[in-house]
Design a protein around this ligand. Structure first.
Ligand code: GLU
Length: 463
């Protein structure tokens, strides 16, 4: 197959484990490079190791790359290309460049191998250091270095962009290209990703699999943005401080010459910061859809199946857009859940925090009386102010129990006193049971009149 002039790059994960943050970074940089140059991004599953490769790992890799939005143009599996490797192996054996022993070895010409790495500049290896190296276990079982060279050539790969941990394989692969008389692609080795202690990022430092981040409630675009800056920065464009980039902007700004040589430190606080920004920017409908599974998981709500409607022609039931509050059995609509999630949208760093953040809307809170205390109020004074708040709420009709009206009525009352906190703090705590929460008007409008009065009375009983 003739080498194409168009840019073609690849990500070549081995399905011997789930999708790892490091693989995502390599995939993303390849993807950005391809899209920027209107080239092709290829996914190659390197599943030649029969014992360690597992279908479930391959599925995890594909599923999570898709979730991240890193879409490939072509996909291949090495296990389906064995015959091709055998042909090249044959050629090397016939030309005396390889020889058979227990396994098949490449005859090292023992020479200097020099290549121009697009990130690291000129790199030189003395190949005599590593001696002859293995190409295949037998004629049908090619090993990594041979399969990669054959595939990169056959797939017309123009740039091999991969982690620095592969740099010692590069001279071996160049020797194979030369022995086969094939053109050598360009190489770019990306800096290692390091943990906070500057050692190579591993499980010791916390979660490294994308699936874990996903179930912990990190958003795909936040992860993409965060990972894009692991070893790369678009310095000089717009303002140097800008760090929040959409995928489209990343494609536009990406270039290999802005990739750094030194290791890139993985800072989880930074990821949390990105995630909270993306959560704040998320459409509230989408955020609610994403939050509902967490609320169900923590048994705050349960989905309600409406079995009364006529079953659809294909059988089964309609899933109504309705839920019940687990604690009370009361129905709760998506609009109400949306309102609740909206009140915490600016506070949570990841979706898995949503259940704790909104628990008090679904379950009557437990707390100790002194939380009701604003400044130096004593029990008697707190009680009096809770009575005042109760009286205001009692006066508001059910149909007018909305945020605006409650704010108007409660502020009017609160302004009668020198310190508004005396009315508003105990009320807010009575409704939420929390030191920090959204404001009392917002909470009250979601809880509704009956529940508010019930909670105020409970607060009074603590005094
Ligand atoms: N299969 C290799 C890996 O998972 C990638 C090899 C390459 O990019 O050349 O690390």
């Amino acid at each position: 197959m003739a080498k194409k002039s168009k840019i073609r790059v690849r990500i070549a994960p081995s399905p011997t484990g789930v999708l790892h943050i490091g693989t995502v970074r390599t995939a993303l940089f390849n993807y950005l490079f391809a899209k920027k140059h209107k080239g092709h991004f290829i996914l190659r599953i390197e599943d030649t190791d029969k014992e360690r490769s597992k279908k479930e790992f391959e599925e995890d890799i594909l599923e999570n790359l898709k979730w991240l939005g890193i879409e490939w143009d072509e996909i291949y599996r090495q296990s389906q290309r064995r015959d091709l490797y055998s042909e090249y192996l044959e050629r090397l054996l016939n030309d005396g460049k390889a020889y058979k022993d227990e396994i098949i070895w490449f005859k090292n010409p023992n020479k200097k191998v020099v290549f121009n790495d697009l990130i690291r500049g000129e790199v030189e290896f003395d190949s005599s250091v590593f001696g002859d190296f293995s190409l295949a276990k037998d004629m049908k079982s090619a090993l990594y270095n041979l399969a990669v060279v054959v595939d990169d050539y056959e797939m017309g790969i123009t740039h091999v962009i991969r982690g620095e941990d592969h740099i010692s394989n590069t001279p071996k692969q160049i020797l194979i290209y030369e022995a086969l008389g094939l053109p050598v692609p360009q190489f770019a080795h990306l800096p290692l990703i390091l943990g906070p202690d500057k050692s190579k990022l591993s499980k010791r430092h916390g979660a490294v699999s994308v699936g874990e981040y996903r179930s912990d409630g990190y958003l795909a675009d936040a992860l993409i943005n965060f990972v894009s800056l692991l070893g790369w920065s678009p310095q000089g464009v717009d303002s140097p401080e800008k760090e929040v980039f959409s995928l489209k902007e990343l494609i536009d700004k990406f270039s290999l010459d802005k990739v750094q040589k030194g290791g890139a430190v993985f800072n989880i606080d930074k990821l949390d910061w990105f995630n909270s920004i993306y959560i704040k920017e998320k459409d509230i409908g989408e955020l609610t859809d994403l939050s509902i599974p967490y609320l169900i998981d923590s048994d705050l709500i349960r989905p309600e199946f409406d079995m009364e409607q006529d079953p659809p022609a294909y059988g089964g039931y309609f899933l109504k857009q309705e839920y019940v509050v687990s604690e009370t059995g009361d129905k709760i609509g998506v609009d109400k859940i949306k309102k609740i999630v909206g009140l915490e949208q600016g506070r949570i760093k990841k979706l898995s925090e949503i259940s704790d953040a909104v628990r008090f809307f679904f379950v009557e809170p437990e707390y100790s009386w002194d939380l009701l205390k604003w400044k130096d109020m004593d029990k008697e004074e707190i009680g009096r102010f809770l009575d005042e708040a109760e009286a205001v709420l009692c006066d508001v009709k059910d149909s007018r129990f909305d945020e605006k009206n409650l704010e108007k009525k409660l502020l009017k009352k609160a302004n009668e006193f020198k310190d508004r906190g005396k009315l508003l703090w105990p009320l807010r705590v009575a409704l939420s049971g929390r030191k920090k929460s959204p404001g009392p008007f917002e909470i009250a409008s979601v809880l509704g009149k009956k529940e508010c009065l019930k909670r105020i009375n409970k607060a009074k009983s603590l005094l």
